[in-house]
Design a binder for this molecule. Structure first.
Ligand code: S3P
Length: 201
């Protein structure tokens, strides 16, 4: 008997997308944004899509409906983005820190054959980055509760992240170097942009 496909997402997507995974503070959004700029691919953060679909922030979903409701919304948003990508178009997608830990999400991504990139760094650096972002931008992370809890959660999740197609160390490295490594290793192609004068950039 053939194994059942996990959810309603068709088989392999064309090679036009990259999904960034990893713990909080791994740099998924900043690397994703810079990679999108370099290749002229659209970048999106799955958490932003979740917030837009739900009409409230991730922190509000956690606070008012709990983590299980957030995971449901996260899975639905992931399914949605994968369905959109069936139609073509090039995209970099940053997943929230818990997305690639949920089995049904991993199954969806594997069934779609999209490359997944695990961004990793020493846990102390991940913690430091999250603290800096919280104080500089007021970024709210419902699961950022204390260093010991943060470390335990990271250790629990690390094995799941290692299932990604590619692992990149980000500790102490500039974003541009990380972006160049991802583009080169995955052989990602820049999209040519035509200027108003018709020149290709
Ligand atoms: C989460 C990480 C967050 C966000 C949500 C849950 C997690 O994303 O999805 O707060 O479970 O680690 P970032 O990894 O972008 O902080």
């Amino acid at each position: 008997m053939r194994p059942k496909r996990p959810t309603a997402v068709p088989a392999s997507l064309p090679g036009n997308s990259v999904f960034l995974v990893g713990f909080m503070g791994a740099g998924k959004s900043s690397v994703g944004h810079a990679l999108g700029q370099r290749l002229h691919w659209i970048f999106e953060d799955l958490d932003d899509r979740i917030a837009a679909r739900e009409g409230r922030t991730v922190a509000e979903i956690f606070r008012d409906s709990g983590e299980s409701e957030f995971r449901r919304a996260e899975h639905a948003a992931l399914q949605h983005v994968l369905q959109e990508l069936q139609g073509g178009g090039a995209r970099i997608v940053a997943l929230g820190g818990g997305a690639f830990v949920q089995r049904e999400n991993v199954a969806l991504l594997k069934a779609s054959s999209v490359p997944t990139v695990f961004l990793d760094a020493p846990v102390e650096e991940l913690w430091q980055r999250c603290c800096t972002q919280a104080s500089e931008t007021g970024a709210e992370r419902p699961l950022l509760r204390g260093m010991e809890q943060f470390r335990k959660l990271y250790e629990t999740r690390r094995r799941s992240y290692s299932k990604a197609s590619l692992k990149i160390q980000t500790g102490g490295r500039p974003v541009e170097t990380i972006v160049a490594e991802i583009a080169k290793t995955l052989g990602l192609k820049e999209i040519a942009i035509r200027t108003e004068q018709g020149e290709v950039e």
